[in-house]
Design a protein around this ligand. Structure first.
Ligand code: F6R
Length: 611
C-alpha cells in the first residue's frame, strides 16, 4: 500500500506545496520513502529520497519544484528496498515521462527483460514500477505520439494491480490516471483537479469527489476530467461527483470510526495482493525446509498463532516435521538443538519484535538458516534472514493485528501447498482445488464482512458487560480460538481464555456457570462431532453458546444462542482464514461498546522492542 497524489492547477499557481500537503495526509499508507515530479516549461523536475515526508522535505525542499502540475508518492516498499532509486516517481530513459504507482506489477521481471533485450533500455532501480514509464516511452517512440494511446498500449502488457498517475513533458496541462484494483479518487476544485489514493489527501481543498472504477482511465486538466474505459477509449463515461461529508479525522480512516475496522475491511485486498507474490519468492523456502534436519517456527503473539496454524498445515498436507516455539521461550527450550542443519522460520508483521529477533540471532550464531515472513520491508528481521517473503497487507496502524494475521496465514498456506506439490503428496487435481479455494478467499472474506458485521455488532452489544469468555475449537481451529480470545482481551479488556475444546474437561470446565459465554469455532470438519459433545457439556451447565459455523449448518445452529455465519465449503486447512474474521469484528465492537479505543489499547505498543 502506497499513497499517490496528482494535481493540475491553472497556470501560474505553484503546485509543489499543495502536493506536499496532500501527500502528508496519506502518510498512513506508507512512509519509507517519498518523491515528487513537476512539469515546468517542457521539462520534468523530480526530487525523491528515502525517509518520511518531513525528513526528506527538510533535506530536498519540495516546495522549490517549479510548475503548476505534478505527481507525488509516499511509499511502502514491496519490490526493492526503501532507497532513493527505488522511491517514486520513476522516469523513462529520456526523462520524458514520470510515473507514480500504487499496486504490484506481477510480470515486471519479464517486461524488464524484454525492454532491456529488445529495446536496449537501462533500468536503475529494483522497483516493479520502473517498467511502466519505459513501456509508455517505447510506444511513443513507435510513432504513436499520443500519450493516451501509448499508456493504453502499455497497460495491455501489464499483469497485476495499479493506480497510476502519469506526467508527460509534451502535455503541459494534463495528467493521465489509470486504475485496476488499487484505489484512485478524483477531487474537483475551482481551477484545480486533484487525484489521490484516498479522499483525505485533498479533503480540505474540495469535497466534490469522483471515484474511479476498475478498468478506467482518466485525463485530468485543471478545469475538466474525462473518464474512459481503458479497453474502450471511444466512449466517455459521465459520472457526477459525490459530495463527501466527513471531518478530517474520519477521512484518514476512510470514513470508518477506527483504523482497526478499516483494516478489517481491507483484508480482502490485502489477501489478493499477498496471493500475487511471485512463486519464485517461495523457492528458497521450499528447498531449505525440504532439506532441513530440523525445523523451528518462531514468532510472538498473533504471529505465533499464524505459526501454530501453519504447523497443522505443514503436518497435514506437506508432511513436514516442524516445531513451533514461542520466541520468548526459544533459547531456553530448543537452544541446545539448533545447529547448521536447522532451519528457523520466523514470522513477524513488524519485523522488529525483540523476542523474535533475539531467537533468530541466537539461531544464526549456531549456524541455522533463517527464513522470515514479515510485512515490513527493510526491517531488522529481514536483515538477519537468509531469505524473506514480504506479505502485502500495507501498513497496519491499529495496535491489534488483523489484516497482517490473515496475510501471514495466506502466505503460510501457499508455502504448505508448494511443499506438498513438490513432495508429490497431493495429486494435481487436489492441488488445483486447494489453489482455487485460496484464490477465492478474498471474496469469502468480503462476504463475511458485508453479511455479518451488523449481526456481530448486535451480539457484541448483548455480551458487552460480561467479564469472562472462553474460546474453544478443535484441530487447526483451536488456534483460531486462541487468536479470537487474544483479540477480545487485548482491546476490550474482557478476560478471555482459549483451549483446545477437548482439554476443557481437564480443568477449565470448572469455571462454567449459568450464562458464562463460550465461543465455539465449529466448521463442518472431522472434529465437529466431538466439538458438538463439548458444546453439549457446556450447555448442560447453562453456558451461553456462541458459534462460528457454516451457513445452513443446522446441527450447530440448533444448539447455539448466538451465531456468526461463514459461507460454506471452505477446505478444512483454510478455515482459520475465514473463521477468525467474525471474531476480530466481535472484539472490535466489544471494545467500542465498553467505551474503549480499539486502536490504542492500554499497556500495549504496536511493536514490542523489549525482551
Ligand atoms: C496482537 C498483536 C501482538 C503481536 C506481537 C508480535 O494483536 O498484535 O500479539 O502479534 O507483538 O508482533 P509482530 O508480528 O510484529 O512480531
Amino acid at each position: 500500500m502506497c499513497g499517490i497524489v496528482a494535481i493540475v492547477l491553472k497556470e501560474q499557481t505553484p503546485v509543489a506545496p499543495i502536493l506536499k500537503d496532500c501527500l502528508q495526509r496519506l502518510e498512513y499508507r506508507g512512509y519509507d520513502s517519498v518523491g515528487m515530479s513537476t512539469l515546468y516549461k517542457g521539462s520534468i523536475y523530480t526530487k525523491k529520497d528515502k525517509g518520511k515526508i518531513a525528513e526528506v522535505d527538510a533535506k530536498l525542499h519540495f516546495d522549490e519544484l517549479p510548475g503548476n502540475i505534478g505527481i507525488a508518492h509516499t511509499r511502502w516498499a514491496t519490490h526493492g528496498g526503501a532507497t532513493k532509486v527505488n522511491a517514486h516517481p520513476h522516469q523513462s530513459s529520456s526523462n520524458n515521462i514520470s510515473v507514480v504507482h500504487n499496486g504490484i506489477i506481477e510480470n515486471y521481471l519479464d517486461l524488464r527483460q524484454e525492454l532491456e533485450e529488445e529495446y536496449d533500455h537501462t533500468f536503475i532501480s529494483e522497483c516493479d514500477t520502473e517498467v511502466i514509464p519505459h513501456l509508455i516511452e517505447i510506444n511513443l517512440q513507435n510513432g504513436k505520439n499520443q500519450l493516451e494511446k501509448a499508456v493504453k498500449k502499455a497497460l495491455k502488457k501489464i499483469r497485476g494491480s495499479y493506480a497510476l498517475a502519469i506526467l508527460y513533458k509534451n502535455n503541459p496541462n494534463q495528467i493521465i490516471l489509470a486504475k485496476k484494483e488499487s484505489p484512485l479518487v478524483i477531487g474537483l476544485g475551482t481551477n484545480a483537479v486533484y487525484a489521490a489514493s484516498d479522499i483525505p489527501a485533498f479533503l480540505p481543498l474540495t469535497n466534490r469527489v469522483i471515484i474511479l472504477e476498475d478498468g478506467e482511465f482518466a485525463v485530468l486538466n485543471y478545469n475538466n476530467v474525462k473518464i474512459y474505459k481503458t479497453e474502450n477509449h471511444d466512449t466517455i463515461i459521465s459520472r457526477n461527483p459525490q459530495i463527501i461529508d466527513w471531518n478530517s479525522e474520519m477521512a484518514k480512516k476512510g470514513g470508518m470510526p477506527h483504523f482497526m475496522l478499516k483494516e478489517i475491511h481491507e483484508q480482502p485486498k490485502a489477501i489478493s495482493n499477498t496471493l500475487r507474490i511471485n512463486n519464485f519468492k517461495y523457492s528458497p523456502f521450499i528447498k531449505l525446509l525440504n532439506d532441513a534436519k530440523n525445523i523451528f517456527i518462531t514468532a510472538a503473539g498473533t504471529s505465533f498463532h499464524a505459526g501454530l496454524a501453519s504447523s497443522y498445515t505443514f503436518n497435514k498436507i506437506s508432511k513436514l516435521d516442524n516445531n513451533p516455539i514461542i520466541s520468548s521461550e526459544f533459547i531456553d527450550n530448543v537452544g541446545g538443538m539448533i545447529d547448521e542443519e536447522s532451519v528457523v522460520l520466523a514470522i513477524s508483521q513488524s519485523g522488529e519484535t525483540m523476542d523474535t529477533l533475539n531467537a533468530i540471532n541466537y539461531a544464526k550464531k549456531k549456524g541455522a538458516k533463517i527464513l522470515s515472513i514479515t510485512n515490513v520491508m527493510g526491517s531488522s528481521i529481514i536483515r538477519m534472514s537468509d531469505h524473506e517473503i514480504i506479505t502485502q497487507a500495507g501498513p497496519e496502524i491499529g495496535v491489534a493485528a488483523t489484516k497482517t494475521f490473515l496475510v501471514q496465514l495466506i502466505c503460510l498456506s501457499q508455502l504448505s501447498l508448494y511443499l506438498a506439490e513438490m513432495r508429490g503428496l497431493l495429486n494435481s487435481a487436489e492441488i488445483k482445488f486447494l489453489k482455487q479455494n485460496l484464490m477465492n478467499m478474498p471474496r469469502i472474506i468480503e462476504k463475511i464482512i458485508a453479511n455479518q458485521e451488523d449481526n456481530i455488532k448486535n451480539i457484541a452489544q448483548h455480551f458487552a458487560n460480561k467479564s469472562n469468555f472462553l474460546y474453544l475449537g478443535r484441530g487447526i481451529n483451536s488456534i483460531t480460538a486462541a487468536e479470537g480470545a487474544l483479540k477480545l482481551k487485548e482491546i476490550s479488556y474482557i478476560h478471555a481464555e482459549s483451549y483446545p475444546a477437548g482439554e476443557c474437561k481437564h480443568g477449565p470446565i470448572a469455571l462454567i456457570e449459568k450464562d458464562f459465554p463460550v465461543v465455539f469455532i465449529a466448521p463442518p470438519d472431522d472434529t465437529q462431532s466431538l466439538l458438538i459433545s463439548n458444546i453439549m457439556e457446556m450447555k448442560a451447565r447453562n453456558a451461553k453458546i456462541i458459534t462460528v459455523s457454516e451457513e445452513n449448518d443446522n446441527k450447530i445452529h440448533r444448539i447455539s444462542d448466538a451465531k456468526f455465519i461463514i459461507p460454506s465449503k471452505i477446505p478444512d486447512i483454510f478455515t482459520p482464514i475465514a473463521y477468525i474474521v467474525p471474531l476480530q469484528i466481535f472484539a472490535y465492537f466489544s471494545a467500542v461498546f465498553r467505551g474503549y479505543d480499539p486502536d490504542k489499547p492500554r499497556n500495549l505498543a504496536k511493536t514490542v522492542t523489549v525482551l
